[in-house]
Design a protein around this ligand. Structure first.
Ligand code: NAP
Ligand code: MN
Length: 264
């Protein structure tokens, strides 16, 4: 079996990475940073997000597992002191795989450039460079509302505990193949009106955002932030692809939510 290890880059994470490599090589596994069967991330969720984007070309064959070194570790749910146990598990395969839904984002431009396609593990956010975002929100081909406010966040179920949570969105179990749209400070008065509640869309229901005044936008995909010029539409839906996590022990989603946000 081929593996790769990625680090957050700090000393603690780097030395843990070296230790993991040493162990796994001793166990007869092959280090292959291009086409690994398993990617072990050391750092936090940010490190796992980076690894996901680095390996998005081989999601079908690659599984992820994360260790957290002094970070929240919602995805990266193994502790540094468990690393020996983890490497033994990995080398003894087969292990269980759980799949989580991803968000597909397609950005289309006025200048007829070919559309750009992105996959997000956590979310996509849409803002303008200055002033309020004004955009038409279409759901399944029908106009739903005209949004005015700071921006919109479209999240995956596993991303619902990240930015979406700070916006008052619900926490969704990753077995629900869905996306959640949450508002950032919408303007609501006699003149402007939005629904005001987060919306959860099932698979195959597409959300289409059409900017109405400013067409230069700041669009984030997880930790990546890009300025897009002349944006015609931003299309969001549940992706065909999924992320695969390697599971070596039961650690139910709600238990992770409790430990991360309520306390142990
Ligand atoms: P960051 O600023 O270090 O991340 C913010 C925090 O979110 C970190 O504690 C991170 O955990 C945690 N996190 C990431 N994904 C999570 C998830 N699915 N569930 C629960 N917590 C999660 O930046 P980053 O590490 O590069 O992560 C990028 C993410 O930050 C974005 O995808 C977005 O969700 C989030 N973010 C949140 C807010 C907000 O809550 N107001 C604003 C901007 C961005 P680690 O410490 O383990 O990395
Ligand atoms: Mn982080």
């Amino acid at each position: 079996m081929k593996y790769a290890v990625t680090s957050r880059g700090d000393e603690v994470s780097n030395s843990l990475c070296d230790k993991i490599k040493k162990y796994l090589n001793e166990f007869g596994l092959t280090y292959d940073k291009d086409q690994p069967d398993i990617v072990i991330t050391v750092g936090g969720d940010g490190t796992l997000l980076h690894a996901f984007h680095h390996y998005k070309h081989c999601l079908e064959t690659t599984a992820f597992v994360g260790i957290h070194t002094g970070h929240l570790g919602f995805y990266a749910d193994w502790k540094p002191e468990e690393v020996e146990k983890l490497v033994i598990h990995i080398s003894k395969t087969p292990y269980q795989i759980v799949e989580y839904p991803l968000l597909e984002v397609i950005v289309r431009h006025y200048d007829d450039e070919s559309p750009e396609r992105f996959l997000a593990l956590n979310e996509c956010t849409v803002k303008t460079l200055e002033g309020s975002l004004v955009c038409n929100v279409e759901i399944k081909g029908d106009t739903f509302e005209t949004f005015r406010g700071d921006g919109l966040c479209i999240s995956t179920p596993s991303g619902s505990t990240a930015y979406n949570k700070a916006l008052g969105g619900a926490i969704l179990h990753p077995s629900l193949a869905s996306i959640q749209i949450s508002e950032m400070a919408s303007i609501n008065n006699r003149v402007y009106r939005t629904v005001g509640s987060p919306l959860v869309l099932p698979q195959h229901h597409t959300c289409l955002l059409k900017p109405l005044n400013d067409v230069d936008m700041r669009i984030t995909i997880d930790h990546l932030s890009l300025v897009h010029k002349q944006v015609k539409t931003i299309q969001c839906r549940v992706a065909e692809e999924k992320i695969r996590f390697a599971r070596f022990r039961p650690f139910p989603f709600w238990k992770r939510v409790k430990e991360s946000f309520v306390g142990e």
